[in-house]
Design a protein around this ligand. Structure first.
Ligand SMILES: *Cc1c(COP(=O)(O)O)cnc(C)c1O
Length: 224
């Protein structure tokens, strides 16, 4: 596994897409999803210049945060479903939380957070039963429900596309999330600027970038 080679390859693909979409490379955040491996991989990726890491399990996440305490400027993204009882342990160590998918979780975050938490509201665009997230038509109402919360900042929307989706379905899925994000942003809600879009994984990040993704979450492609 040649990490440096894979990073360069992924970055090349990102550059090509952003150029095609008339966007800037610097405006895209590459989140290295490190959930498949131990902290050594994070260290190697860090030494190769990556600073944004994505984890999806509370216990592993905490261990890695602790072990990498001395490395400066790491941005931690929590990308997975978070159980309510784990919120207290992890929430104040997370820089971006990508999976705000229910009101009860928001209530717990509000209770346990010591600072404003940057959250993505997760949207189940592909409408798979097994998926977490709000239906598209529920998102606006949910965000209004947060109006008296002081610790939640809705920085954007997040989705996971269907694994089996065709190219056409991926285009549609990502376009829908982008349109929804822009609509929420246009409401000018102080606690929900909603300027960001977290979408695209190893299989589909190129289409996501064409449709306006600002955070892409890449695992497998970095390790192949
Ligand atoms: C694992 C995971 C990823 C990364 O997936 P790859 O296909 O390995 O790039 C991205 N987003 C979420 C929510 C994940 O759980």
């Amino acid at each position: 596994m040649d990490l440096q080679k894979s990073i360069i390859k992924v970055q090349k693909r990102i550059r090509k897409c952003v150029k095609e979409a008339n966007r800037k490379f610097e405006d895209v955040h590459l989140i290295a999803v490190t959930k498949y491996f131990g902290v050594k991989i994070n260290e190697q990726l860090y030494d190769l210049g990556l600073r944004e890491f994505g984890e999806n399990r509370a216990d592993v996440f905490l261990k890695k945060v602790y072990k990498l305490e001395n490395r400066k400027n790491i941005i931690w993204h929590f990308i997975g479903n978070l159980q309510r009882r784990k919120v207290k342990q992890v929430i104040n160590k997370i820089d971006y939380f990508h999976a705000l998918d229910r009101f009860s979780l928001a209530v717990e975050i509000e209770k346990q957070a010591a600072k404003k938490i940057k959250c993505f509201v997760e949207v189940n665009i592909s409408k798979e039963k097994s998926k977490h997230g709000f239906k598209a038509k529920e998102v606006e109402a949910f965000i209004y429900e947060l109006r008296n919360f002081t610790k939640i900042e809705v920085v954007g929307l997040m989705t996971v596309a269907a694994l089996s989706a065709s190219k056409e379905e991926l285009h549609k899925c990502f376009r829908q999330l982008k349109i929804l994000q822009e609509r929420i942003a246009s409401l000018r809600i102080a606690y929900a600027p909603c300027t960001e879009v977290s979408m695209g994984m190893s299989q589909d990040f190129e289409i996501a970038l064409l449709k306006g993704a600002s955070y892409i979450r890449i695992g497998t492609a970095l390790y192949s």
